[in-house]
Ligand binder design. Structure first.
Ligand SMILES: NC(=O)c1ccc[n+]([C@@H]2O[C@H](COP(=O)([O-])OP(=O)(O)OC[C@H]3O[C@@H](n4cnc5c(N)ncnc54)[C@H](O)[C@@H]3O)[C@@H](O)[C@H]2O)c1
Length: 250
């Protein structure tokens, strides 16, 4: 018997990087995976990968910043796959910028996706999780633990994710829903490739954000931690923000 046999798992950002690896991990351990992503084609590719390995998954296009769409998609997931028991909020964006130059709209968009999007999906899943005794795993970041230069919007969003995780954990402890978060740093994904240094800034300023060994982690490493936190083996872990960063936040 696999750890997630027949459990319905919602994964946002399932089309790329950590979300894709997480969806594949759950699929390989018996789950029925709802792969949600604003990039529908990418989510469909993840579904195909899970299917080719003998797993079960279905893709939905979902922009987590559209609260009405979130409700519609989670209702459709429950109707078509069954009641979700695990909600993995992985979708996220980021961009380095000088705070005095960053448009307010860009700051707002980063909060909308990373923080409010995770809230909207959790909110829509919670009635199902309360019925099934399920759990939420959010994706924070080392940026949700310490301040990083040129990263105010991302840090604000991930700091928000960290404390939202703790707040929901204490809110739902007695009702049987656990809420935890992973806090990665330096994972090799398209997101980190796209994080361009701010023009004229000193590369040394970014050193504290990177693993001291210089070697990046893999999306599969984070997927493994998300799966552990979502599993019954982690039944006594609640309200934690677990770093996975080769000591960046140590
Ligand atoms: N890569 C790292 O080193 C690192 C470190 C800390 C935290 N994180 C977090 O991990 C998560 C995954 O990041 P990744 O590195 O795999 O990035 P990624 O760019 O590879 O994947 C992000 C996915 O989110 C999707 N997405 C973006 N906006 C969306 C929206 N509005 N609605 C739905 N889906 C949306 C994208 O289409 C993409 O498939 C993010 O929350 C990120 O902040 C990553």
């Amino acid at each position: 018997m696999a750890r997630f046999d027949d459990r319905v798992v919602v994964v946002t950002g399932a089309g790329s990087g950590i979300g894709r690896a997480t969806a594949i991990r759950f699929g390989s351990e018996g789950a029925i995976v709802a792969c949600l992503d604003v990039n529908e084609a990418a989510a469909a590719t993840t579904v195909a990968t899970i299917g080719a390995a003998g797993g079960r998954a279905q893709a939905w296009k979902l922009d987590v910043t559209d609260a009405a769409q979130v409700d519609t998609v989670i209702t459709a997931v429950a109707a078509e796959l069954g009641r979700p028991t695990i909600c993995a909020n992985v979708a996220g964006i980021g961009k380095f910028a000088r705070s005095e130059e960053q448009p307010v709209e860009e700051f707002r968009q980063i909060l909308e996706v990373n923080l409010i999007g995770a809230f909207a999906v959790s909110r829509a899943c919670l009635p199902h999780l309360l019925e099934s005794g399920g759990c939420i795993v959010n994706t924070s970041s080392s940026a949700g633990i310490f301040g990083q230069p040129y990263n105010a919007a991302y840090c604000a969003s991930k700091g928000g994710v960290s404390l939202m995780t703790k707040a929901m954990a204490v809110e739902y402890t007695r009702r049987g829903v656990r809420v935890n978060a992973v806090a990665p740093a330096g994972i090799d994904t398209p997101l980190t490739k796209d994080f361009d240094f701010v023009e004229g800034s000193n590369p040394r300023e970014y050193m504290k954000m990177m693993p001291p060994t210089g070697e990046m982690g893999t999306p599969e490493m984070v997927a493994s931690l998300i799966a552990f936190l979502a599993s019954d083996e982690a039944c006594y872990i609640n309200g934690t923000i677990v770093p996975i960063d080769m000591g960046v936040t140590a």
